[in-house]
Ligand binder design. Structure first.
Ligand SMILES: Cc1cc2nc3c(=O)[nH]c(=O)nc-3n(C[C@H](O)[C@H](O)[C@H](O)COP(=O)(O)O)c2cc1C
Length: 158
């Protein structure tokens, strides 16, 4: 079965809560998934996964430095992530506080690696966002996001 990997950075727990909701939903769908804080992840983890979901708090409208550092290190395996499935999510303090630009920045780096990214015509087009801790709306969006990710992964991993 295809392997999904969720990586996140979280200082105060909000992005981590989103990561756990997404991981639980993937598990509920029967998906093989591992969940790791970014500090515990390495390049082998990225290479071993078929699908990678990355979560970051919104920091000045972009990903946290810890997430960017992993991307910068990933130049060592540039070309080896081509064709994997990618997706991103974020927690921010404010609506329109830069959460979409944060997700797009993560997706941008993923595209340069050759990841396949699926948008969503409904709800959270780029990926789920929470304002602070995930509320009922964010919870629902995280679950929908996980369901769609699992479906895409199973379709691509023939
Ligand atoms: C350095 C720093 C920069 C931040 N920049 C933004 C920002 O640009 N927009 C925003 O809405 N929230 C911003 N925040 C708030 C965090 O995105 C928000 O508190 C988030 O929920 C934290 O996630 P975490 O609990 O996973 O650490 C910032 C917080 C910090 C510490």
């Amino acid at each position: 079965m295809a392997k999904a990997l969720i990586l996140y950075y979280s200082r105060t727990g909000n992005t981590e809560d989103m990561a756990k909701i997404i991981a639980d939903e993937l598990k509920a769908k029967g998906q093989d998934v591992s969940l790791k804080a970014i500090k515990d992840a390495n390049l082998d983890d990225l290479e071993a996964a078929d699908g990678v979901i990355i979560g970051s708090p919104t920091y000045y409208g972009t990903m946290a430095a810890q997430v960017k550092t992993l991307f910068d290190e990933s130049v060592k395996i540039h070309g080896k992530l081509d064709g994997k499935v990618g997706a991103a999510f974020s927690s921010a303090a404010n609506i329109a506080g830069g959460n979409e630009t944060t997700i797009l920045d993560i997706i941008n780096a993923m595209l340069i690696h050759g990841f396949i990214i699926q948008g969503d015509p409904k709800g959270s087009h780029y990926g789920p966002v929470a304002i602070g801790a995930p509320d009922e709306r964010a919870n629902k969006e995280c679950k929908r996001f996980a369901d769609r990710f699992a479906k895409l992964l199973s379709r691509i991993n023939i």
